[in-house]
Design a protein around this ligand. Sequence first.
Ligand SMILES: NC(=O)c1ccc[n+]([C@@H]2O[C@H](COP(=O)([O-])OP(=O)(O)OC[C@H]3O[C@@H](n4cnc5c(N)ncnc54)[C@H](OP(=O)(O)O)[C@@H]3O)[C@@H](O)[C@H]2O)c1
Length: 234
Amino acid sequence: MTEQQQKTPSGAGTDLPDVSGLTLGILGGTGDQGKGLARRFGLAGHTVVIGSRKADRAQEAADDLGIASVRGAENAAAAREADVVIVAVPWDGHRATLESVRDELAGKIVVDCVNPLGFEKGKGMYALPVEEGSAAQQAAAVLPDSTVVAAFHHVSAKLLLDPAVDGMDLDVLVLGDVREATDTVQALAGRIPGMRGVYGGKLHNAHQVEAFTANLISINRRYKAHAGLRVTDV
Ligand SMILES: NC(=O)c1ccc[n+]([C@@H]2O[C@H](COP(=O)([O-])OP(=O)(O)OC[C@H]3O[C@@H](n4cnc5c(N)ncnc54)[C@H](OP(=O)(O)O)[C@@H]3O)[C@@H](O)[C@H]2O)c1
């Protein structure tokens, strides 16, 4: 075996914390992305609370998944009842949603997967300018008492929801300013078969990770694919 083949992948390293007992909340969990993540984390054995602006919609989404450890609630309850909270609302509703549950999110890790993207005929998808720099930095500004981590931007919701897809086969870039929090989210990514969390820098670098989703969407359109990323040599 060569030296390169012997390297332990850092994202899957044994130094990451045991996160198997964590309860996850998902704001906007009734959409494809949130529901897809709820499905995969539920299958991995986590208790997941799907959040929605309407409790009945959240419960409907949970019932639809049919996983015993996944239930629905209003966004505020999902935030309150979870250890780690994923934000999976559209960019349009990002700031207002976070402001509405600021107190419930205090002291928690908040994982932002929101991609601020626009579309124009002839241009395709493109990254929208964000005053704070990125959606994740906006979250950090709105939630001074939470620890914001950016992750799961490049994960295909379609694949997450597809029962024929056993493993996800991609690396998830995990960005944040607090090592303990990025380690936790890397470990969470690693709970989904085939997925690996790889540290991708501080929150200040989240913009290009969010923006790169526009490139992935172009790749998907051209090649009729659900493309993801793999980071080599780690
Ligand atoms: N789809 C993907 O493949 C994918 C991949 C990576 C990242 N993402 C990111 O994940 C986020 C969610 O994507 P999605 O495709 O699941 O979106 P979506 O279906 O359009 O929205 C998700 C949920 O957010 C809630 N919502 C809608 N408008 C809202 C508003 N103005 N304020 C608050 N809540 C609102 C809705 O739930 P209720 O009506 O039940 O409240 C909706 O079911 C996006 O920011 C996207 O950039 C998506």
